[in-house]
Design a protein around this ligand. Structure first.
Ligand code: FE2
Length: 722
């Protein structure tokens, strides 16, 4: 039976307490062991040397000791030659300075207890005494057991710290992954990958290469050490063998120091440590790689790097897909944009063409209409109406130049009661007339030229356009159009359209004036003919003009058209032109005409027709002249037409002729007075005369404003104004 002595019993009791108070803190665990050791053996000082989970050597000393060297340079061999279960030094050699007790000079003997777990030396526990031979070699077994316990405790702490570190790094990796994944753009992802490689994995340098065509291009280079700068070469057609063979694999590849000489420009620092290659693939195709360089890549770091690389590969692959999609989207968007622009340009062209067609169509309609209007007043109103309509306006004026003054001949909308007129050069219209240049006023209320309007506190804001009416570059008038500003300011397109309209209008006005001049000239000629007939017979002087005058009044009363009235007026003027061919003997014979003479007299209607017929423009007049002696009852001549067969114009001339003949002296009889003549007309109403015409004449003579005394002196105005 094994019997434990007192020290052994104490030790086992302490071991139990150690496990009871087991802590993951190295320092407090050490304190427990120091206490336990003190129960077994007296000692004056102690030292505790241990490798941490990071492989660093850490030294703990009692208060009376200090290290002769820097912590970094401490080695186990400084305190422990190796292999023995316990290393005992009975008398410290003063010359030996490799141990921590020697320099103090107070420690005379010491014992080193190795801490060994799984055949690995993980630390040393050293106890020192101020006495020579202060330790008993027989305590070896007890110290060894103590050391084994201590070693297990230390190893547990190392595991715990390693796990904690790994946990921290994994959390850090997770943060890195989030940071990398949050960057959507490939360039930003690559930048994040390199930054996180330095921060989380503790790499000293990180570079990322991507394949572009047949070359590898360096996109990113980062270093924690300022002295390390990126290699000059950015693009590589070929990769060094250690890297190209590493890239044939899919996982992270560690390149050992022995291969460093073959790395060329991929070797970043002058004092290289380890190199890790992370291939970046998209759908099994190698697209790039990350190189991490560090002097402290251990197996733990490599494991974390593998985790990190896995995340980076997934993120990179996604980013490449996103990039590809984005490029395709951008390409599609670009194409869409082009199509949209093309469509917009087509639409613009179409709108422009449509507007142009509308303009041309409007101009064509207006021009066609303008050709058919020969009356100047009608023309002026038509032009202004169309200008307002085309310009979507409710207000406008048409002014014609009279000397050096512009006078409104036609207005639309509210201009107030005063007459609109401008001196040449005054106001916008005056300026347009003076310069011959059109003008757009964007807002009449804010234009200094319109103070007179602004003073009247106009209720609405207006825009205005004024264009000249030009004939052979000579201004004959100005066309103004105004509209409410809310419908938009007049544009250069509006100006162009209105200018074209004004040009057509000016031509039409000139044509109408020309036609008016021609009609006047025509009438002058006809009057001269009539005068020639009338002059032949002193008694019938002015007869034709009076008949024409009366005929116009009757035709007006019967509401005949202006064209019909003009024909009747001209026919009346020429009704007796055939008498030119009758000899004075018959014409001026006093007394009754013989039947033969009467036949000759009657023939004047045929001769009159024959004289006028060759003149194409007097064809209708010739017809009326032929029938102006027909009777309602069919007893007239030359064709014995009856009732409605007789043209109304001829019937009107017949009544006018009869009235004027009865009220004028003739060679063969004296004239009768007005009342007697009217009675005669009524007497033969319905036999010789058309009742409708006689009725109109009777109504006419009862009108207060009608005078039977008119000589027809203003006949041309009567005819043209009819
Ligand atoms: Fe006659």
């Amino acid at each position: 039976m094994t019997v434990f002595d007192e020290k052994q019993t104490l030790l086992f009791a302490d071991m139990g307490r150690i496990f009871e108070f087991f802590s993951y803190d190295l320092e407090s665990t050490l304190e427990r062991f120091v206490e336990s050791a003190s129960h077994i053996q007296h000692f004056d000082e102690y030292a505790f040397v241990v490798t941490t989970h990071k492989g660093e050597i850490k030294v703990f000393l009692s208060d009376g000791l200090s290290l002769p060297k820097n912590n970094d340079e401490v080695k186990f061999s400084d305190f422990y030659p190796g292999d023995e279960a316990m290393y005992l030094v009975d008398e410290v050699d003063e010359k030996c300075c490799n141990i921590i007790f020697a320099p103090s000079g107070k420690i005379r003997s010491y014992v080193t207890i190795p801490l060994i777990t799984q055949n690995e030396l993980t630390g040393l526990f050293i106890l020192g005494s101020k006495k020579k031979s202060g330790f008993d070699s027989e305590l070896q077994d007890i110290f060894f057991s103590l050391g084994s316990f201590f070693a297990v405790a230390v190893e547990n702490i190392r595991h715990f710290e390693r796990s904690q570190d790994r946990m921290k790094v994994i959390i850090s990796l997770q943060t890195s992954q989030q940071a990398i994944a949050s960057a959507m753009e490939l360039d930003k992802i690559l930048a994040k990958v390199s930054e996180e490689s330095l921060r989380t994995l503790g790499a000293e340098c990180a570079a990322i290469y991507l394949k572009s065509g047949f070359e590898w291009h360096r996109h990113i280079f980062r270093s924690r050490i300022p002295a390390i700068s990126p290699p000059d070469v950015v693009a590589h057609a070929d990769l060094p063998i250690p890297i190209s063979s590493a890239l044939e694999r899919t996982d992270v590849v560690f390149i050992s120091k022995s291969d460093f000489d073959d790395l060329g420009a991929f070797r970043f620092s002058a004092r290289p440590g380890s190199l890790v290659i992370v291939p970046l693939r998209l759908e099994n195709t190698l697209s790039g790689f990350v190189i991490l360089e560090s002097s402290t890549f251990d197996s733990e770091r490599l494991y974390l790097t593998q985790l990190f690389a896995g995340q980076v590969q997934v993120i990179f692959s996604n980013a490449l897909l996103v990039k590809g999609l984005r490029e395709k989207t951008a390409e599609l968007e670009e194409k869409n944009k082009l199509i949209r622009e093309y469509a917009e340009s087509l639409q613009k062209s179409h709108d422009m063409l449509e507007n142009r067609v509308k303009e041309l169509s409007t101009l064509h309609d207006v021009s066609s209409a303008l050709v058919s209007i020969t009356d100047i007043d009608e023309l002026l109103h038509f032009i202004l109406d169309r200008a307002c309509s085309v310009m979507r306006s409710d207000k406008g004026s048409l002014l014609l130049l009279d000397g050096d003054e512009l006078k409104a001949r036609c207005v639309r909308g509210n201009f107030g009661p005063s007459e609109i007129k401008f001196k040449l050069g005054d106001g916008i219209a005056g300026q347009v007339a003076k310069t011959g240049q059109s003008k757009i006023i964007e807002n009449v209320l804010t234009n200094p030229k319109f103070k007179h309007i602004q003073e009247k506190e106009c209720e609405r804001e207006e825009t205005m356009i004024a264009v000249p009416l030009l004939i052979d570059n000579r201004v004959i008038g100005v066309l103004n159009v105004d509209r409410e500003l809310k419908f938009g300011v007049f544009t250069p397109d509006d100006e162009r359209l209105l200018t074209s309209l004004a040009s057509a209008a000016a031509e039409a006005l000139a044509r109408a004036q020309h036609i008016l001049d021609l009609r006047n000239m025509n009438l002058e000629t006809l009057e001269a003919f009539a005068m020639a007939v009338d002059t032949k017979d002193a008694y019938t002087h002015g007869h034709s003009r009076r008949v024409s005058y009366l005929s116009i009044q009757i035709a007006n009363k019967l509401r005949l058209s202006s064209e019909e009235i003009e024909v009747i007026a001209r026919a009346a003027l020429l009704h007796d032109i055939g008498k030119i061919g009758i000899s004075n003997t018959i014409l001026f014979k006093q007394g009754r005409l013989t039947p033969e003479e009467y036949d000759i007299m009657k023939a004047h209607v045929i001769w009159g027709e024959n004289i006028l017929k060759p003149i194409k423009s007097l064809k209708e007049e010739a017809y009326l002249v032929r029938h102006h002696h027909e009777c309602w009852n069919g007893q007239g001549y030359p064709d014995k037409l009856k009732g409605e067969e007789i043209p109304i114009g001829a019937a009107i001339i017949s009544v006018s002729d009869a009235y004027d003949t009865m009220t004028s002296d003739r060679p063969y009889r004296r004239s009768i007075d007005r009342e007697a003549a009217l009675k005669e007309l009524q007497k033969y109403n319905g036999t010789q005369f058309n009742p409708l015409v006689v009725g109109a004449f009777m109504m006419l003579v009862q009108q207060k404003d009608f005078s039977l005394d008119s000589t027809g002196a203003n006949l041309r105005e009567e005819i043209i104004g009819s």
